[in-house]
Design a protein around this ligand. Structure first.
Ligand code: C5P
Length: 211
């Protein structure tokens, strides 16, 4: 079984995906880490605006090469969103995601285009969202928790810039699949959001919703 969880930055999709996977004993892939890895590689090489360097990094992608902590910064997130708009970068990362999707008994994959492009056949598709202001609030808390100094207005501006770039790109833009169930987490804490996601999975499994 494939559960596809898409949505914008800091919507809660990553946390939800991880916990839903644990609940069902499924494997979890955070596909954003793949794009972050490519973004990190070009950023470290000083080649953020060199598409050929991004394509080469994606084609030689080694999932074990990056420490997750190195990929979590906002600079890497913005770099990821820039390289993610390059069609050949996306192309190079498809096989890895398709291989992952074959794991049995099931997988949860989160990202931007899982339900629309990577796994349109997914049995369950959830589109997780929240207002930009709430997503910025969560991101600010997370950065402060890591001891980083935070420019609140800058975080909101970065989130909006990334939303705009991810939604307007020509290839695999961020959008809700027609058969995805919308989960708005603006007013939900983490346990409630996870519960709501599991309820959606159960409802789809029981055939009460068409997925
Ligand atoms: O989900 P996360 O914030 O880690 O993703 C970082 C960036 O990677 C996103 O802003 C987006 O541009 C890109 N991405 C993508 N497709 C995915 C996952 C992430 O384009 N499936």
């Amino acid at each position: 079984m494939i559960i596809a969880i898409d949505g914008p930055a800091a919507s809660g999709k990553g946390t939800i995906a991880k916990r839903v996977a644990a609940h069902y004993g499924f494997k979890h892939l955070d596909s954003g880490l793949l794009y972050r890895g490519v973004g990190f590689a070009v950023l470290s090489a000083g080649k953020l605006n060199d598409p050929a360097a991004a394509v080469a990094a994606a084609q030689g992608y080694d999932p074990g090469r990056f420490a997750e902590d190195d990929l979590k910064s906002d600079a890497v997130a913005q770099a990821a969103s820039i390289v993610a708009a390059i069609p050949q970068v996306r192309e190079a990362l498809i096989a890895l995601q398709h291989d992952f999707a074959r794991w049995k008994p099931g997988v949860v994959i989160d990202g931007r285009d899982i339900g629309t492009v990577i796994a349109p056949q997914a049995e369950v598709k959830i589109f997780v969202t929240a207002t930009p202001e709430e997503r910025a609030r969560r991101r600010i808390l997370e950065l402060r928790g890591r001891g980083e100094s935070v420019d609140d207005a800058g975080v909101l501006a970065d989130i909006k810039a990334r939303d705009a770039r991810d939604s307007s790109r020509a290839v695999a833009p961020l959008r809700q699949a027609e058969d995805a169930v919308l989960l708005d987490t603006t007013h939900l804490d983490i346990p409630s959001a996870v519960r709501a996601a599991i309820d959606i999975v159960e409802a789809v499994r029981a055939g009460r919703r068409s997925a």
